[in-house]
Design a binder for this molecule. Structure first.
Ligand code: AMP
Ligand code: MG
Length: 335
């Protein structure tokens, strides 16, 4: 029997609505983003993000409904957190209303769990259990171990900044636009000089745990620019971006290598906005070849926040009877 789930994502500045068949086949996928509104602020302004959600959610739903009508939908899924409270409420109230009006079950979905489940979308090569999941996003850096669907053991997390946050803050310091990750990646590609020793620390290397830390790299960047009296020419920016990106990627890879050594999974499944980073993809790909672990990255459109991953997670681990309470708190991990 086929099950079509309509998934709604509205945790931050993206409004994503999609319909997914059996957790894997994307029948419709619409995304509106208000990210351009935040370039001048250098970061998200929650109040503006929530107002933009309000503006676009119905048009986004309309576009999806034109592709997949109501009578083809079996359940409504929505991300209940973690995220920004104002943004979350827009998606959650829309989902509740649809569920009531259409008389379809309502399935609450944890946003971080959904980032892992993005790896089941539109692929012939879905992850296999046991797996280690890595979520690298603007708000989280988490390692999770799963022996089966719905079984989450948080095994590592960041002690300070999330990795995407570090990209965004360093980019801002270098005068690059928000969101910083893609701009740092682009600037780093212009570094043409001979390789030197990386001036920035590979944080947490050699530590016996699976925790991450990125604030030390960020501080080292600021100090490096000050001590060397850099005027942040394009050449300076390229060099700093190159070594910062490399330090971050090496730091993540070392933690992941340790997790793979301890848990010996069949798959490594990566999700979140930073999973778009090519250096990270290549480094973790090489690591998995060496350790004979299958590596999974979602397609780029499913790495960013989107409704399809919410529908996929709902299909595999959703419980329609769970109470739908909004949990904005960023200390919420996988459930
Ligand atoms: P999310 O929180 O999952 O929506 O992801 C957004 C975060 O991903 C932001 O902090 C971005 O700077 C970061 N990001 C997006 N693309 C890249 C990239 N190519 N390299 C590094 N970070 C990225
Ligand atoms: Mg996200």
């Amino acid at each position: 029997m086929n099950i079509n789930i309509l998934g709604i994502e509205s945790t931050c500045d993206e409004t994503g609505i999609a319909v997914v068949k059996n957790g894997t086949k994307v029948l419709a996928n619409e995304l509106a983003t208000s990210i351009s509104k935040f370039v001048k602020y250098g970061g998200i302004v929650p109040e503006i993000a929530a107002r933009e959600q309000l503006k676009v959610i119905i048009p986004t739903l309309d576009s999806v409904s034109r592709k997949v009508p109501e009578d083809k939908i079996d359940a409504i899924a929505v991300s209940y957190g973690p995220g920004l409270i104002g943004s979350l409420l827009v998606g959650v109230e829309t989902a509740k209303t649809l569920s009531l009006a259409w008389q379809k079950p309502l399935i609450p979905v944890n946003h971080l769990t959904a980032h892992i489940y993005a790896n089941w979308l539109e692929t012939k090569n879905a992850p296999e259990f046991p797996l280690v999941g890595l979520v690298v996003s603007g708000g989280h850096t988490d390692l999770v171990y799963m022996q089966k669907h719905g079984d989450f053991k948080l095994i590592g997390s960041t002690l300070d900044d999330a990795v995407g946050e570090a990209f965004d803050k360093v980019a801002r310091f270098l005068g690059l636009p928000y969101p910083g990750g893609p701009h740092i990646e682009k600037a780093a590609r212009n570094y043409k000089n001979n390789r030197e020793q990386n001036p920035f620390p590979i944080t947490m290397s050699g530590k016996e745990n699976l925790e991450f830390s990125f604030s030390g790299i960020k501080t080292a960047v600021v100090r490096y620019v000050e001590v060397n009296k850099l005027r942040l020419s394009d050449k300076d920016i390229a060099k700093v971006a190159f070594y910062f990106e490399e330090a971050v990627v090496e730091s993540i890879a070392a933690r992941v290598k340790r997790a793979l050594g301890i848990y010996k999974p069949r798959s490594l499944a990566i999700g979140g906005g930073v999973a778009a980073n090519l250096k990270l993809r290549n480094k973790l790909g090489e690591l998995c070849v060496d350790l004979q672990v299958r590596v999974h990255f979602p397609k780029i459109e499913f790495s960013v926040d989107n409704g399809a991953m919410i529908a996929s997670a709902a299909y595999f681990v959703g419980k329609p009877d769970d109470p739908l309470t909004v949990q904005a708190d960023s200390s919420l991990h996988f459930t």
